[in-house]
Design a protein around this ligand. Structure first.
Ligand code: GDP
Length: 195
C-alpha cells in the first residue's frame, strides 16, 4: 500500500464537529509521548501534519486526516500523562467514548506502546477497552531504534504477554527515526481500507 497524499480535515471534541464522511476510519491511540504524532507524520510522509508535542498531555482533540482521498486516519488524544487531574481524565474518557460510540465508519484501532518498556496499566486498560468494541486492534511498539537488537524478541514477548494478545493479533515494532518496518506498518494499518 502506498500513501500518496494526506490532508488535514478537521479537529473535533464532540460528535457534531466530526466531519461528514463515508470513508473507513482507523483510529490511533496511545500514551502521551509514545510517538503518536511522529508516526502519523512518518506514515503520511508529512513533517508537520500532526504536531509533535513538547508539552505531553495538552492535546484534547480528535484530529481527522484524509488519506489518498479514501480512508480517514483519526488521531485520538493521548492518555497516561502523569500530571493530569481527575476532571481532565474524565474529559479525556468522554472524548474517546463519544468518538468510538458515534463513528459508524470506524474499522480499526492502532494501539501504540513504547517498545522499551513493559506496557503500563493504562495501556492494559486501553487494550481491554478497545477489545470490548470488537474492532480490529493492531499494536505497534514505537521507538524500536532505542532497543538493542538482542532485546527485540524479549520486548515483543513482554508486550504480547502483558496485553494478553493472541498469536494471530498483529504486533510490529517500529521506529520513526530509522523508519524500520515503516512499510509493514502501513500495510497493516491500512489493510482493506486502501487498495
Ligand atoms: P505523542 O505525544 O505520542 O504525539 O509523541 P510525539 O510524536 O510528540 O513524540 C514524543 C517524543 O518521542 C518526541 O521527542 C519524538 O521526537 C520522540 N520519538 C517519536 N518517535 C520516535 C522514534 O521512533 N524513535 C525515537 N528515538 N524517538 C521518537
Amino acid at each position: 500500500i502506498r500513501i500518496k497524499n494526506a490532508e488535514f480535515i478537521t479537529s473535533a471534541v464532540k460528535q457534531n464537529q466530526y466531519p461528514e464522511s463515508v470513508h473507513p476510519e482507523v483510529a490511533f491511540v496511545g500514551r502521551s509521548n509514545v510517538g503518536k504524532s511522529t508516526i502519523i507524520n512518518a506514515l503520511t510522509n508529512r513533517r508537520k501534519l500532526a504536531k509533535v508535542s513538547n508539552t505531553p498531555g495538552r492535546t484534547r482533540l480528535v484530529n481527522f486526516f484524509l488519506i489518498n482521498g479514501q480512508a480517514m486516519l483519526v488521531d485520538l488524544p493521548g492518555y497516561g500523562y502523569a500530571k493530569i487531574s481527575k476532571s481532565d481524565k474524565a474529559a479525556w474518557g468522554k472524548i474517546i467514548e463519544d468518538y468510538i460510540v458515534n463513528s459508524p465508519n470506524l474499522k480499526r484501532f492502532v494501539l501504540l506502546v513504547d517498545s522499551r518498556h513493559k506496557p503500563t496499566q493504562d495501556d492494559i486498560a486501553m487494550m481491554d477497552y478497545l477489545r470490548y468494541y470488537e474492532k480490529d486492534v493492531v499494536v505497534i511498539g514505537t521507538k524500536l531504534d532505542k532497543l538493542k537488537r538482542n532485546d527485540i524478541k524479549k520486548s515483543e514477548k513482554l508486550i504480547r504477554e502483558t496485553l494478553q494478545m493472541e498469536k494471530e493479533e498483529p504486533l510490529y515494532l517500529y521506529s520513526s527515526t530509522s523508519k524500520e518496518n515503516l512499510q509493514q506498518v502501513i500495510d497493516l494499518v491500512f489493510k482493506d481500507l486502501l487498495p
